[in-house]
Design a protein around this ligand. Structure first.
Ligand SMILES: Cc1cc2nc3c(=O)[nH]c(=O)nc-3n(C[C@H](O)[C@H](O)[C@H](O)COP(=O)(O)O)c2cc1C
Length: 209
């Protein structure tokens, strides 16, 4: 598939066939994720491919419970519908044949080596640079989404589940220096998949000459 076609076909997929994804396909997708650019070529990422449905169900239940704690609403409350939507969009990944958990560890910027007492801490520098660590992982996640399309799979970026970051890290035995950054649900799409309407070029482009 041409890159342009993959970019145009990509859309978030939230309903999947139960068919497993061949492990070699998952490996190839992660290998392409690892080709993404990263600050200082730090590649401070790791990818766990979770294909155990019981574990995915456990993860989903953990997120569901956390959402109940964070947004306690009664059945008749007007906000209930909103919370149900948040819950659905944060927990549906238990129906996916695979979820990729993206882990990151803090990277050491070249500028961190400047041994001036007044120099910025690694955290301050990262903030000043507008979080290149986060920007880097975003590039890797996009590679996963596009590589999935290339394999006629569908995927969805999952930040909703991060409300239960600590609990999920415990369950997945993620240990320092790594931490859970985000997840991606992935599988064969169930039903029709139509990319969403996007803004026109005119709305998003301005030439500065
Ligand atoms: C950083 C990020 C986090 C997202 N988190 C979720 C999520 O938790 N649950 C979900 O269903 N979709 C999630 N999405 C998917 C967006 O809702 C989706 O990209 C958006 O609606 C545009 O639709 P499209 O991907 O089909 O173009 C996320 C997307 C991004 C970029």
């Amino acid at each position: 598939m041409e890159l342009k076609e993959a970019i145009e076909k990509r859309t978030s997929v939230r309903r999947f066939k139960s068919e497993p994804i061949p492990i070699d396909d998952l490996k190839e997708i992660i290998s392409l994720a690892g080709k993404a650019p990263s600050i200082n070529n730090s590649q401070s990422w790791k990818f766990l491919a979770i294909v155990n449905s019981e574990l995915l169900e456990k993860m989903s239940q953990i997120v569901h419970k956390k959402i109940e704690q964070l947004f306690p609403v009664e059945e008749e409350n007007a906000d209930k519908k909103v919370v149900d939507t948040v819950d659905r969009y944060s927990t549906f990944f238990n129906e996916a044949p695979a979820v990729i958990a993206v882990l990151t560890k803090p990277y050491n910027a070249v500028a961190d080596k400047i041994s001036d007492e007044n120099s910025l801490s690694a955290e301050e520098l990262n903030k000043l640079r507008n979080y290149p660590d986060i920007q880097s992982v975003g590039a890797a996640v996009q590679n996963v989404l596009l590589a999935a399309v290339d394999k006629n799979l569908g995927a969805c970026w999952l930040s909703g589940l991060m409300v239960a970051k600590d609990e999920l890290e415990d369950l997945l035995s993620i240990e320092k220096p790594y931490s859970l950054f985000t997840c991606i649900a992935i599988g064969k799409p169930l039903g029709d998949v139509k990319p969403k309407e996007k803004k026109s070029l005119n709305e998003i482009f301005e030439l500065i000459d």
